[in-house]
Design a protein. Structure first.
Length: 206
């Protein structure tokens, strides 16, 4: 299997896992009155698009050089990595704005069962991050590495949601907003990851 094919396979695995996790977190977040979990689902949905972007970028890099692009399509991968980074920044901004809105708006206490969902999600996303990052390092693919860090950011938002929900449940009435503050802190971490990945990267080999 070629390096590009390995990158494409990693992106597709991430895509399938994220689809399942988005559905689970969104349903649990809505049913369990946890905005942190809903925000986590939103962040995970951007993972789906980022995996599609990486998959598409790697597919384009396999095209042979032609008259229009005599040096090939290698830059498509770098563009895919930049797009994934921008999606991270967009997700961070959206989560932060919504979290502030939830903080200033009274709402229900999150349900305890949401912690069980997150306890499953975090290790799954961390394993996915490590697997995809390993493929990115072995193949030298900047787009695959960016996709891996998107998975890590999702694990961070999930962990933040776990902490926020735990504090809210432990504190009782009056502590409902802890769930939302956790989302806000996670948004900052996601934004920092997006900025880090936006820095110029060398073009990788096809």
């Amino acid at each position: 299997m070629s390096q590009t094919e390995r990158g494409i396979k990693a992106a597709l695995v991430g895509l399938l896992v994220n689809i399942v996790l988005v559905i689970a977190k969104l349903l649990a977040g809505i049913g369990g009155h946890s905005y942190a979990l809903v925000a986590d689902a939103i962040e995970s949905s951007t993972d789906i698009f980022s995996s599609l972007v990486v998959w598409g970028g790697l597919r384009i890099t396999t095209r042979p050089a032609d008259e229009e692009y005599p040096y090939g399509y290698g830059k498509a991968e770098s563009l895919a990595a930049a797009l994934v980074s921008l999606m991270l920044l967009g997700a961070a901004l959206g989560i932060a704005v919504a979290a502030v809105g939830e903080i200033i708006t009274p709402h229900h206490m999150p349900a305890p069962f949401t912690l069980i969902v997150i306890a499953v999600v975090v290790p799954v996303k961390e394993v996915l991050f490590r697997g995809v990052l390993r493929v990115g390092n072995e193949t030298g693919s900047t787009a695959v590495k960016a996709d891996a860090w998107h998975h890590r950011s999702d694990a961070i938002t999930s962990a933040a949601a776990f902490v926020g929900i735990s504090i809210a449940l432990w504190g009782g009435p009056g502590w409902e907003a802890a769930d939302d503050w956790a989302s806000l802190m996670a948004a900052v971490v996601i934004a920092l990851n997006g900025i880090r990945l936006l820095r110029p990267v060398p073009q990788s080999r096809t």
